[in-house]
Design a binder for this molecule. Sequence first.
Ligand code: ZN
Ligand code: ZN
Length: 402
Amino acid sequence: MKILLVICDGMGDRPSKYFKGKTALQATKHKNLDLLAKNGSAGIMDTIAPGIRPGSDTAHLALLGHDPYKVYTGRGPFEATGIGMDLREGDVAVRCNFGTVKNGTIVDRRAGREAFGLDELGKALNVKIGDTEMLFKHAVGHRGALIIRGTGLSDKIGDTDPHEEGKQIKTSVALEPEAKKTAEVLNEYIKKAQEILAAHPMNKEREKRGFPLANAILTRGPGLAPKIEKFEKKYGIKGGCVTATGAIAGVTKYCGLDTKLVEGRGLASDLDKKTDMALDMLKEKEFCLLHIKGCDDYSHDGNGAAKAKMIGKIDAMIGKLVKKAPKDLIIAVTADHSTPLEFKNHTSDPVPLAIYGQTMRRDNTKRYDEIECAGGAIGRIRGQDLIKILLDLAGKTQLFGA
Ligand code: ZN
Ligand code: ZN
């Protein structure tokens, strides 16, 4: 048996004025999600732990069976992986902006948010400082990521981004004695990057077109590439992921899932295509995580109408999925956290969960929402336990004891 885990980003909610005191799931019709709950079992889940407000990255680490408190070292490493950089254990990854500096003062922290020429400028920023390799890649917009690779490195270094315009680029400071080398290397790199960028023909081209010069790199949020046991090693099966979100792709790739980063999020996305990709992956792999972005964005915006539409779109996708899926597929549908429409950010409220498949017990749940699922046979579980439950339902776990 194989497993498809569908994660609807930020789908959970609280009672809101948009739905007359109900959650979006309670107030909308979704017969296919209900069918999974009705013909399977339901429960609720604290993706990290009760009372902890999860980020999407830390939640996905937990859903893949890792303790985020042990393995999460900040956004830098997963952002670098998410844009396709080859991050290795021991590397320090740093989030970067292209900025505009005039006479030593930062006049624009985002180089006009203009991405023109930044791919090429980014390529010129791969240099060596002493024995340390500096690997840079442009991401989207004015953003990029830097990997610092070498010996004796630490992520306990300060930002060079002052987070304010009208100031000078900060000198990175060592926050622990062991970080002295890393801070020095980074400071030298920041100077070198300004020389390279100032002399680069692409900046002349930007000037010609009236775009602000991208003549400096600002760094923030350093993180040491964490030690994470890869999926196949940890569980003895192959896994894949389909997502349209770079930060999620970073997490799933780093955890060892064969990850396809696809276009399109929210109401504009082609969910049938994503479903087909996931089912295709399941021909060769035993596990696939299908991540669906949409509900979260609309909840951050407080857009109840769009969230309701997105739930309808997910429901239609589930309907087609159940028809197309092989009989021995276990399907779990949940969220990585709640993003209540009125709060406009992630909260710790547990998310609904339904598991559907031949080996799953059937409980008395009739509807898929935060309250009905709470009465289901799965009860209330932690995110880290979900994958073990799914693996056991698929017959892929070992007996503990005799
Ligand atoms: Zn999320
Ligand atoms: Zn969010």
